[in-house]
Design a protein around this ligand. Structure first.
Ligand SMILES: NC(=O)c1ccc[n+]([C@@H]2O[C@H](COP(=O)([O-])OP(=O)(O)OC[C@H]3O[C@@H](n4cnc5c(N)ncnc54)[C@H](O)[C@@H]3O)[C@@H](O)[C@H]2O)c1
Length: 437
């Protein structure tokens, strides 16, 4: 098939690489000329393991090309796949302006038999509105095909997704078959449904996972109060298939999807007359969770943290990505800097992306030991292998007392850290029982 991928970010670049790898003829277009230039030369401007060789292979076997939107002058192909961003508006609603511009661009190049495939996450009801308004009077067919890949594992997830959801108009078998054909070679269960249900499946997935994360974080807070260990509790929970796979307590969810999609669903609920109280609690718990290290520092250092030197290990919202969009590190570092803390940070991959977002006074250093030098406290926010397997003895040596460590991802051993000489705290496994009143 010939496929044009519109938008070459974390999703679009992976989709373009994956589709070319499957043997399709793929053209990736973007409005960002630097991105197009980089990709055309085989260099991927984001960090996503395994993507660069895949893109390079696609270019060299002729299956994959990249063109700036304004320079595109050919047949758009069988499928126009939209993977532009849908960032949050102030209200929490999804901003669909990039999608609208992409749709206009497609319409101006449309031809018979074209399918517009929506990979971008758009609120339930959007596809039907697009069909009734934007695509009205055209021959263009439309399907929703939400993307579930996880950054850091996106290439693997593209190859072996848990499921492929296709939303199409009732009876539009031709479009469903075209989308199935696009996935030739990928073995996963198909869920074929109407457009709005497909859109809702994406939001429900993210909102449910966010709910589980906030739930385990609330249980962790209670564990700290009563002297239970969240490690044992989550292990025990995970053995019951009804409650889902293991989930870890920590400083909350972040990234470019969860926070914005949960807020967009909340906004949709509000504007649809549904009071989704549970979702609002999920958001509130997560907002508080992201600042746990700040509360811990205030409590350890007697309220006044101004003048402290604090190392922050991990800036990306999770390991194996350079994405810092809505990462807990940004909220925390901004709050620390506001309170007069001197911040030294480290991340193996997110230096460039984080530097654009952080206050200029926050220093970003080249390795965990450097970021720890002279600090009173460390906060671990991303469980990168390079951070977990740091030389902790050397880190302890170059820190100042009390060598306070807040492990926001519960990824270090409390016993080992205490043995080395740290004052170690984590989330829900401190096992300090309160006396019963
Ligand atoms: N990042 C993820 O892990 C992930 C996972 C699943 C779904 N999604 C959803 O996929 C969509 C894309 O996410 P992303 O993280 O790849 O976004 P992104 O911001 O990384 O990439 C969007 C790209 O679209 C380009 N663009 C914007 N307007 C354009 C236009 N009119 N024509 C051509 N290109 C245009 C931008 O320049 C950018 O390169 C979003 O709706 C997101 O919610 C993302």
């Amino acid at each position: 098939m010939k496929i044009t991928v519109i938008g070459l970010g974390y999703v679009g670049a992976v989709a373009a690489g994956g589709l070319a790898y499957a043997g399709h003829e793929v053209i990736g277009v973007d409005i960002d000329c630097h991105r197009v230039q980089a990709l055309s030369s085989g260099s991927v401007p984001i960090y996503e393991p395994g993507l660069e060789p895949r893109v390079a292979a696609g270019i060299s076997n002729g299956n994959l090309r990249f063109v700036h939107v304004d320079e595109f002058s050919e047949h758009i192909g069988d499928i126009a796949l939209i993977a532009t961003g849908t960032p949050p508006r102030e209200s929490g609603a999804a901003d669909l302006s990039q999608v609208k511009v992409a749709l206009d661009w497609i319409k101006s190049r449309s031809h018979d038999n074209l399918v517009v495939l929506m990979k971008s996450t758009v609120p339930p009801g959007t596809g039907c509105r697009i069909l009734g308004e934007d695509l009205r009077g055209t021959d263009i067919r439309y399907a929703s095909n939400p993307e579930f890949l996880r950054e850091g594992r996106a290439v693997q997830d593209w190859n072996s997704p848990d499921r492929i959801v296709i939303g199409a108009e009732p009876g539009d078998h031709k479009t469903v078959e075209a989308v199935k054909k696009m996935h030739t070679g990928i073995s996963a269960p198909f869920v074929v449904t109407d457009i709005t249900s497909a859109e809702m499946t994406k939001y429900a997935s993210n909102a449910f996972l966010a709910t589980r994360i906030s739930f385990i974080n609330e249980i962790a807070a209670l564990c700290d109060r009563v002297g239970a260990s969240i490690d044992a509790v989550s292990e025990g929970l995970a053995l019951d298939p009804r409650t889902g796979s293991r989930i870890y307590a920590g400083v909350g969810y972040g990234g470019s999807c969860f926070p914005k999609d949960v807020r967009a669903l909340d906004y949709l609920a509000l504007t649809s007359g549904v009071n989704f109280e549970l979702l609002r609690s999920v958001i509130n718990v997560n907002n508080k969770q992201r600042l746990l290290p700040l509360y811990a520092l205030r409590s350890r250092f007697g309220g006044a943290i101004s003048g402290l030197k604090v190392g922050v290990l991990g800036l990306a919202f999770k390991p194996e990505t350079d994405d810092v969009r809505d990462a807990p590190s940004l909220d925390l570092i901004r709050a620390l800097v506001d309170e007069g803390v001197e911040v030294q940070a480290f991340d193996p991959r997110a230096t460039r992306t984080a530097a654009r977002e952080l206050p200029p006074s926050a220093q970003i250093l080249d390795d965990p030991v450097e970021a720890s030098a002279g600090t009173h406290a460390l906060v671990l926010l991303t469980e990168w292998e390079q951070i977990v397997n740091s030389d902790w003895t050397e880190i302890a040596r170059c820190m100042r007392p009390p060598r306070f460590v807040f492990d926001g991802r519960n990824c270090l051993s409390p016993q080992t850290m205490e043995m080395i000489g740290f004052e170690y705290h984590s989330v829900g496994r401190n096992n300090r029982p309160l006396p019963f009143v």
